[in-house]
Ligand binder design. Structure first.
Ligand SMILES: Cc1cc2nc3c(=O)[nH]c(=O)nc-3n(C[C@H](O)[C@H](O)[C@H](O)COP(=O)(O)OP(=O)(O)OC[C@H]3O[C@@H](n4cnc5c(N)ncnc54)[C@H](O)[C@@H]3O)c2cc1C
Length: 428
């Protein structure tokens, strides 16, 4: 069903709305909210049966809120969601990743080794930024040695944070990424719940994938399974994974510079393997961080017992996350359980209740976690942002003006795009 105020069916509704927004994730909801504030008529069409996109809190699997997508509210002192979370009484906990446990396979690193890793980490961050300011090379070129401790540190800058291995990440693009920009807050009730509460009064037509956007004549026509929407402009917030898979057809076809931009920003993958136990916090304390560094990039990081819940949240990223996603949930949970056994002791098996695995890799409306520019394509974000014929606009985490890859960055992108569109629509 199309939402209130929009006619369903084969006939279009010329002039009925100013702007059609494709996607009800953080970016689309913020764009709609801003356009409404500016007095524009909008409708959001969403392919899924829910709003929030990659901001999604699952309350069913464990009986308490678990964020399948974004969880940390990054750059909290400047993030548009922070005042809302406070106003609406969400439970916030500051959490920066500081390794309380580091394992090389089954061998636990000493406190000195962990301190050394923290020092190397600061150094690597500076080195990647230095490379990025000079050239659009792979972030891995900033790593001189490749000892096991260097690899452990690289894991946090690559797969666990940027969602790609460092050799697949442009060092220049690294400078735009906001996935670990402090202050970082975790939200007990879920980041997805917060985004859903923000979007609850925005007119969204659920289960309405946009199949084709026609922009060759006047305005735009957006074809859905329920009919055609006509508007002065549209904002596309689909992930670059969805765009690359050509789930939306464009008529006229996308120009080569837009196709290059999409190809330069492939989706990276961060996947979570939450494991629930019957015993309250053991071995590590609530909010502590543990990394198990394995040979051949099969690394896993655990956020321990967030908010004192009986949950270890395993994270895998980059190439290894794609590999586990192809292998399936059972294999992923087994892999995480094996790692828990070697870190927390074999007793952990006795207390294991159940595990799960996030499936963003195969989710047809995401096809990955978030986008990272490949070496040589740092300019791709600019190309992705650039509108077509001043009528088809693009927004979302990959277009974010700051803190790319994040939910807060997606919101900013939606707001800024809405302001630009509002000016153009006024002139039209
Ligand atoms: C595992 C994981 C962990 C993450 N951790 C964090 C974190 O801790 N902190 C953080 O800030 N960020 C994190 N992120 C990133 C964050 O979730 C995203 O950057 C943000 O939610 C993206 O918002 P968006 O609006 O750009 O895109 P989306 O949320 O993907 O919204 C786009 C919407 O468009 C819809 N859509 C797509 N195509 C069509 C179509 N053809 N027709 C209609 N609708 C369509 C989709 O269904 C979706 O709802 C994480 C992401 C993942 C996957």
């Amino acid at each position: 069903m199309l939402g209130a105020g929009i006619c369903a069916g084969a006939q279009s509704v010329p002039g009925d709305v100013d702007v059609v927004i494709i996607g009800a994730g953080s970016s689309g909801l913020n764009a709609a909210h801003r356009l409404q504030q500016l007095g524009k008529k909008v409708v959001v069409i969403e392919a899924r049966g829910r709003i929030g996109g990659r901001a999604y809190t699952d309350t069913e699997t464990f009986g308490f809120p678990f964020d399948r997508g974004c969880a940390w509210l990054h750059k909290a002192d400047d993030n548009p969601y922070t005042p809302l979370a406070k106003q609406w009484g969400y439970t916030l906990q500051e959490h920066d990743t500081t390794l309380e446990g580091l394992y090389f396979r089954d061998r636990e690193a000493s406190a000195e080794m962990r301190q050394l890793s923290a020092r190397i980490e600061m150094g690597l961050d500076t080195k990647i930024a230095k490379v990025g300011r000079k050239k659009d090379a792979a972030a891995s070129t900033a790593m001189r040695k490749k000892s096991e401790i260097d690899e452990a540190v690289a894991t946090f800058h690559g797969p666990m944070s940027s969602a790609v291995d460092l050799d697949e990440l442009s060092a220049k693009d690294y400078l735009t990424i906001g996935t670990d920009v402090p202050p970082n807050l975790l939200i007990k009730e879920g980041y997805g719940s917060l985004v859903a509460q923000f979007g609850k009064d925005i007119p969204v037509s659920l289960n309405s994938p946009a199949r084709r956007i026609r922009y060759g004549g006047n305005g735009v026509q957006v074809d859905t399974d329920h009919g055609t929407l006509t508007a002065k402009a549209c904002i596309v917030t689909s992930s670059t994974g969805v765009l690359a898979a050509e789930k939306i057809r464009f008529d006229p076809p996308l120009p080569p510079w837009k196709e290059d931009a999409i190809a330069g920003l492939p989706m990276g993958l961060l996947a979570k393997i939450p494991l629930q136990f019957s015993k309250p916090e053991f071995r590590y304390q609530a909010f502590q961080d543990v990394l198990r560094e394995n040979i051949g990039k099969r690394d896993i990081y655990f956020l321990c017992w967030p908010f004192h819940l009986n949950l270890l949240v395993g994270f895998v990223g980059g190439d290894f996350a794609w590999e586990l996603s192809a292998a399936g949930e059972e294999e992923a949970v087994d892999f995480a359980k094996n790692s828990v056994r070697s870190i927390f002791g074999s007793d952990a098996d006795k207390y294991f209740v159940k595990g799960s695995f996030t499936k963003w890799a195969s989710d047809p409306w995401a096809l990955g976690a978030y986008a990272a520019a490949i070496p040589g394509s740092a300019g791709a974000r600019e190309g992705l942002r650039r509108p077509l014929a001043d009528r088809v606009f693009f927004a979302g985490e990959a277009c974010a003006p700051r803190w790319t890859q994040t939910c807060g960055g997606a919101a900013l992108s939606g707001i800024e795009t809405a302001e630009l569109v509002a000016k153009l629509v006024k002139q039209a």
